[in-house]
Unconditional design. Structure first.
Length: 342
């Protein structure tokens, strides 16, 4: 059974051993109840938003908490290797993409959600790398996965949604799969806490991400953001959540923040406004931009996952197998009822 993500070799570089918190910077940590909160990470391309999200992923796994990553760009596979690539990272299954343990296709959404929710002590963790799929396939898979996950889950589980505006745009279609996707993530953000859900939404275009999702974030993490339209969307969040003079200090610095520097603002939940420098990752940086003239490096060692067990467990969660199981349970229940009547 692949129920608990284990980490046998990685020692976090920015957090004391055993500290029960999500330490995303040397001098700043999020509490564990972040797992059931809504967080938005906004930043322009190349300023460190994916690096920060992967640091959050490391910290969630370090604390033994369940998390599912919907990876649109194939940027999170490095979680399986140490920072130098010479030892193992976290034993979290990866579905799809070039580095997946099992291939992923558009028909697997509901089975994967069932598998996640079937963990014994808590939901199972996974990375869903959909970077290799066509847009229509990505949308169909995530819509099925999200609907099934929302229906089945009743325990704490965090979802990291990369490029969130792709799934919930301000101008989504009011019918078909785009409407299904918006409804899924609107439910996760606005009503998901009662079912144990939290979500981290990552976007380089906050102006494009639907405002009904962005405005519901309990914490806004802002890295460099120069576009006037995107700064306007951030200002709308700030004005909704806070009326103090700090907003001009934040807005005045957004366009020039160094790479990896962020403002963390949570007026209601954390009651904090902090400027942080994102901590160094403990696992392989699989989201770094290739540089001209440099040979692309790859990690030489990855944490192993029991692929055979994974196949068996996913197979048992397919709609056909679930239907057979439910049919068998109903037959046993009827038989038991007949015996009781006799």
């Amino acid at each position: 059974m692949i129920d608990n993500v284990r980490n046998l070799h990685v020692v976090p570089t920015s957090a004391p051993e055993g500290r029960a918190e999500l330490r995303i910077a040397f001098d700043f940590a999020l509490p564990l109840d972040t797992i059931t909160q809504s967080v938005a990470i906004v930043a322009q391309r190349g300023s460190g938003k994916t690096y920060l999200a992967k640091k959050m992923l490391e910290e969630i796994l370090r604390n033994g908490l369940p998390v599912v990553v919907i990876d649109l760009m194939g940027a999170f596979h490095g979680i399986r290797s140490s920072a130098n690539g010479e030892s193992a990272g976290y034993e979290i299954p990866i579905f799809g993409g070039r580095h997946g343990d099992l291939p992923l296709d558009a028909s697997m959404g509901r089975a994967l959600a069932s598998w996640v929710c079937a963990g014994e002590e808590q939901p199972r963790s996974a990375v869903l790398d959909i970077s290799h799929l066509k847009k229509s396939e990505q949308q169909a898979l995530v819509a099925d996965f999200g609907e099934e996950l929302y229906d089945r889950n009743e325990r704490p589980l965090h979802v990291i949604l990369d490029e969130a505006d792709f799934f919930a745009s301000q101008r989504f279609s009011q019918k078909g799969v785009e409407k299904r996707l918006f409804d899924v993530f609107d439910a996760l953000v606005r009503r998901g806490r009662i079912k144990g859900f939290g979500i981290t939404m990552i976007t380089q275009r906050p102006a494009v991400l639907h405002k009904d999702l962005l405005t519901q974030a309990s914490a806004l993490v802002m890295l460099r953001l120069a576009s006037p339209q995107d700064q306007k969307a951030v200002r709308a969040w700030i004005e909704r959540h806070d009326s103090h003079s700090e907003r001009e200090q934040v807005m005045g610095t957004l366009g020039g923040l160094p790479i990896g520097t962020a403002w963390v603002w949570s007026p209601g939940w954390l009651r904090k406004l902090r400027k942080i420098r994102v901590g160094k990752q403990a696992t392989w940086d699989s989201s770094s931009t290739p540089k001209i003239g440099e040979k692309v490096r790859v990690a030489s060692v990855r944490a192993e996952v029991d692929v055979r067990a994974l196949k068996t467990e996913i197979g048992a969660c397919s709609p056909r197998e679930v239907g057979k199981s439910q049919k068998g349970k109903r037959a046993k229940r009827r038989e038991s009822e007949r015996e009781s009547d006799e």
